[in-house]
Design a protein around this ligand. Structure first.
Ligand SMILES: Nc1ncnc2c1ncn2[C@@H]1O[C@H](COP(=O)(O)OP(=O)(O)OP(=O)(O)O)[C@@H](O)[C@H]1O
Ligand SMILES: [Mg+2]
Length: 583
């Protein structure tokens, strides 16, 4: 059945002017003009049989000249004020009654433009539902469709995205705080989790995703001080990131104060000492194959206490001189560096890195860690769960970028070194991304190294089956390089102008006006743009079954409640112990 079997009497008006992707339609009937709304869909007669051109209403103008509507100056001989009601329409694609074997197919191509006087019809009611269904049913094959919600234009029509495209070339979920990003993420994961061999990792910075439970979902957390005491490990979902997994660059940014005049010496000694310690470990374990090719960045365990001892020796070293003993080359130059290192070694908050249990000091342990974080549902033993949610809430904020990026780059490296035939695609969902892939950064800062890892994943991830979903409330503060690699945007309400312009740049020129909707979107409502959706569309995100603990507090209700609380003393205790879970 042809979808667009309009009668002439349904027509809104006729085409009066045509540009490449823009047409102006004049509307005689003022009633119809009044009913029309910006961003509604219309269909225009095409010069080819069986084809229709689909457009979005961009501007509705009463009492102005056509020349003005097109944004050009009226000709001198044209009257300036003709009574003329016009609608400006951006063409977005072609609808085919039949294309090959399929009926009712929409394509984002414009092979023709409408002719002057072609008729224009509104797409409303049943036709709108049918049109949206037609779009959705051809968004990807039936079995790789992802549904975030329903179209705002027509709540009866489920909005499907092409799930392959969504993850293939990275996606972005943005929106001001409280606009619904975490809920959207939960909705997304709820659809990933049931897949037979799902594989995704969510970086949960504030520990708000714990309510997401059930088959296909596993929870991990970066070890906090309380876990150190309990001695819990990977089997209980506790993740350590032992210092030997840090790259040289991470260590220098964490341990060396660049303003120290001895910084270059300290960096050199650090490199030399760690290399020697790693080599000693490999030699002791007879790992000769690794020994032949290793560098300071190789993920090889070593004994930090041993390394510290060596640093202290150099710092106090005396060597024979012409007249008795004299100070060694590095005498006293390493003191501040050693103090910094010792500080970190004893900092309980950094225990997940510096005080990992014995098991995490073993050569074999890295494979176990990688397997926990990277195995798909099918590849796991009894504890199944292809969606892995890692809680970073107890990681101190100054090292957060380093820790998140290290885990991401660990996953990326393992994926890179997996034979192509064995590679299983994995998605990294990065919540609060502006914290660890910021747009501006001081060279040499903790965030700087982190940023480079993520930029690399953004640029090369596709080839190795690593997809990113960047989630942030401040897209303008997220690295441009990362964003420029993302091909799909789910934009929730955005109030800040800089953030809006980031989304605006994603839109094709003719649809730039779509971005005007960003500040007026409802909570949980999004503009979805990109190669995963046929049409840039406004979608009402369906509530996820389990709600992330997003911490929206009803101030007034809480204040009105006459209930006594005694939390403050234990809050102080938790602050001191740097752990909410500690007793
Ligand atoms: N799809 C939705 N349908 C209905 N309500 C929603 C939806 N999404 C979000 N909300 C409401 O908005 C609140 C905030 O949502 P959410 O935690 O997802 O925001 P956020 O964008 O992640 O904020 P933040 O930037 O602070 O993390 C939720 O507690 C919920 O009440
Ligand atoms: Mg959130």
């Amino acid at each position: 059945m042809a979808l667009f079997d309009y009668k002439d009497s349904d027509a809104l008006g006729n085409v009066k002017a045509v540009d490449t992707a823009m047409v102006v339609v004049s509307v005689e009937n003022l009633e119809l003009l009044r009913k029309l709304q910006v961003n509604r869909l219309v269909v225009l007669q095409s010069s080819r049989a069986g084809q229709h051109l689909v457009g979005i209403v961009q501007k509705i103008i009463r009492d102005t000249t056509i020349a003005n509507a097109l944004g050009t100056e009226p000709e001198a001989d044209q009257p300036k004020n003709v009574e003329q009601n016009t609608v400006r329409i951006a063409l977005i694609g072609t609808f085919f009654d039949r294309l090959g074997q399929r009926e009712n197919v929409f394509r984002r191509t414009l092979e023709t433009v409408p002719e002057i006087d072609a008729r224009c019809f509104p797409i409303e009611g049943d036709r709108l539902t049918a049109f949206m269904r037609a779009i959705s049913s051809h968004t990807g094959e039936d079995d790789h469709r992802l549904s975030l919600g329903t179209y705002t234009l027509d709540e009866n029509a489920e909005a499907y995205l092409d799930a392959n495209r969504f993850f293939q070339r990275h996606a972005v979920i943005v929106g001001s705080t409280g606009s619904g990003k975490s809920w959207t993420t939960a909705r997304l994961l709820e659809q990933v989790a049931p897949l037979a061999n799902a594989n995704a990792v969510l970086f949960d910075i504030h520990g708000e995703y714990s309510p997401l439970q059930g088959d296909g979902i596993r929870h991990f957390r970066i070890a906090g001080p309380a876990d150190l005491e309990a001695g819990s490990g990977l089997d209980e979902g506790v993740v350590y990131l032992p210092y030997w997994l840090l790259a040289y660059e991470d260590m220098t940014t964490m341990l060396i104060d660049r303003s120290d005049q001895n910084a270059p010496n300290q960096a050199m000694i650090l490199s030399r000492t760690v290399t020697a310690a790693k080599r000693a470990f490999l030699a002791a374990g007879n790992h000769n194959d690794v020994l032949a090719n290793f560098t300071i960045d190789s993920p090889v365990p070593y004994d930090m206490q041993q390394a510290l001892k060596e640093l202290k020796r150099l710092d106090a070293e005396m060597v024979p001189g012409t007249r008795g003993e004299k100070q060694g080359e590095f005498h006293g130059r390493l003191s501040r560096f050693i103090a910094r290192l010792e500080n970190k070694l004893t900092d309980r908050r950094l225990g997940f890195m510096m005080a990992a249990p014995e098991e995490a000091q073993q050569f074999e342990w890295l494979a176990k860690l990688a397997k926990s974080l990277m195995a798909g549902t099918r590849d796991q033993g009894d504890k199944k769960g292809g969606v892995k949610i890692i809680d970073f809430s107890e990681v101190p904020s100054d090292v957060l970028p380093l820790v998140v990026s290290r885990i991401a780059s660990l996953i990326f490296s393992v994926q890179q070194w997996t034979r192509k035939s064995q590679r299983h695609p994995i998605a990294l969902l990065c919540d609060e991304a502006h914290l660890y892939m910021p747009s501006r950064n001081d060279a040499g800062s903790v965030g700087d190294a982190a940023l480079r890892y993520f930029e690399r994943i953004a640029k090369e991830g596709r080839k190795y089956g690593v997809g990113m979903v960047v989630i942030s409330q401040r897209p303008s503060e997220v690295s441009r390089t990362v964003l420029s690699q993302c091909n799909n945007f789910v934009a929730l309400r955005l109030t800040n102008a800089d953030d809006q312009s980031v989304v605006q740049r994603m839109l094709p020129d003719s649809l730039g006006g779509f971005a005007d909707l960003l500040p007026v979107l409802d909570t949980g409502e999004a503009l979805v743009v990109g190669d995963a959706s046929l049409l840039p569309s406004r979608i009402r995100i369906t509530e996820p079954k389990a709600h992330p603990d997003s911490g929206t507090i009803n101030f007034w209700d809480e204040w009105e409640r006459d209930a006594q609380r005694e939390a403050i003393a234990s809050s102080v205790a938790a602050w001191r112990k740097q752990s909410q879970t500690a007793k």
